[in-house]
Write a protein that binds this ligand. Structure first.
Ligand code: PLP
Length: 396
């Protein structure tokens, strides 16, 4: 037998973390890595946040899981917190981002079909989007590398050029249920949508009674210095998918909706065995307690601006390697002039710095939101050393 017991769908690297300490990961062999990847925007409180650990430990010892058939004081508490701090009136909890997007897709379709409009089932989605790896969420993305080998895809998605408002407008038909979009594309390369585009989609949705569905699985939950990224655009969605940071490392996702948008999500239309169980709710409540306040959010903004301005100065030293910086808060992308993956590997293997490679030649910088000046200095030390001894690929 040659297949590994762990199904070999990931090209796993040699880093084998066994312990986390604040913003560092410690490998099996004792190597200490500076973690500016955060499990891909997940560990927003770092790796050893006392409040989060205590909440999970206490809940695990009290009541880990019960069915959604019963009343949920823990779920009521977290959903109320989310409602208090967002556009939403109601929340469905999931275990992952893809499931949160699935719930969002169902909510958007049900909005129209519940009212008898069975035609309106299509969502307009955007190029280079990433919405997850389930059948519906790969079908929602135009990225062929995720489709290969998994046909037939699900129907009901129309692909449109990202950030092209006129193209989105032109695709609206009597089958359109709404738009599904990441305000800041994550996997696609930390690409923020323009103000004009986001405001334009909101206006089109209002005009045609369509659902504006935002995938904020990566850009949401305080990552950009706002609770959710759409706040920077001064617009509100009808439906929003959240996950990644929302559990701080515990598997948790959520589909948020306005009362109007959720009109089709009545008894019996959706469900999940684990979704929103007491243990997950304890994690979510601990995260919300930590991040849903002005002080925490403005600290994210301040740290983000600090890194950004230092990065902008720094890249001037390496005009052949780096192009520009983009993103918001602590969701930053370093656009490179070469493929980002070799540089990301070099930083990891030779400088003990963890980042994330992304599409469009972009290096993702996604530190825990609790970094301080010491971690920022360490990041620039490692990055500078890494840029200085990086061997440019032949083609560049
Ligand atoms: C990670 C991600 C998802 C999928 O989340 P999973 O928890 O891996 O299912 C969906 N959308 C966006 C924008 C993401 O970054």
């Amino acid at each position: 037998m040659s297949i590994s017991p762990l199904m070999p769908v990931y090209p796993r690297c040699g880093v084998r973390p066994v312990k986390g300490e604040h913003c560092h990961l410690i490998d099996e062999d004792g190597t200490r890595y500076l973690d500016f990847a955060s499990g891909i925007a997940v560990n927003l409180l770092g790796h050893s946040h006392e409040g989060l650990i205590r909440a999970i430990q206490e809940q695990a010892a009290t009541l880990m899981h019960v069915s959604n058939m019963y009343g949920s004081p823990q779920g009521e508490e977290l959903s109320q917190r989310l409602v208090d701090h967002t556009f939403a009136d109601t929340v469905f909890f999931t275990n992952s981002g893809a499931e949160a997007v699935e719930a969002a897709i169902k909510t958007a379709r049900a909005y129209h079909q519940h009212a008898g409009d069975t035609q309106r089932s299509e969502l307009i989605t955007f190029t280079n989007a990433f919405h997850g790896r389930t059948m519906a969420t790969i079908s929602a993305s135009n990225q062929e590398k995720m489709h290969k080998g998994f046909a037939p895809l699900l129907e009901g998605f129309q692909y449109c050029e990202f950030d092209d408002l006129e193209a989105a407008k032109a695709l609206i038909s009597d089958k359109t249920a709404g738009f599904l979009v990441e305000p800041i594309q994550g996997e696609g390369g930390i690409r923020p949508a323009s103000q004009e585009f986001m405001a334009g989609l909101r206006a089109l949705a209002d005009e045609h009674d369509l659902m504006l569905v935002l995938d904020e699985v990566q850009c949401g939950m305080a990552r950009t210095g706002a609770m959710f990224a759409h706040e920077h655009y001064g617009i509100e969605p009808d439906i929003l998918a959240s996950a990644k940071g929302i559990g701080g490392g515990f598997p948790l996702g959520a589909c948020l909706a306005t009362e109007k948008a959720a009109r089709g999500m009545v008894f019996g239309t959706h469900g999940s065995t684990y979704g929103g169980n007491p243990l997950a709710m304890a994690a979510g409540n601990a995260v919300m307690k930590a991040v849903a306040n002005e002080e925490f959010l403005s600290n994210v903004t301040e740290k983000g601006e600090k890194i950004r301005s230092r990065l902008e100065q720094f890249i001037g030293n390496y005009p052949d390697l780096f192009d520009f910086v983009r993103g918001k808060g602590l969701m930053l992308g370093l656009r490179m002039k070469v493929e980002s993956r070799p540089f990301f590997v070099h930083l990891r293997d030779n400088h003990d710095l963890l980042t994330v490679a992304a599409g469009d030649q972009t290096l993702r910088i996604l530190p825990p939101l609790v970094i301080g000046d010491a971690e920022i200095d360490e990041f620039f030390d490692k990055l500078s050393a890494g840029a200085a001894d990086f061997e440019m690929p032949e083609s560049a």
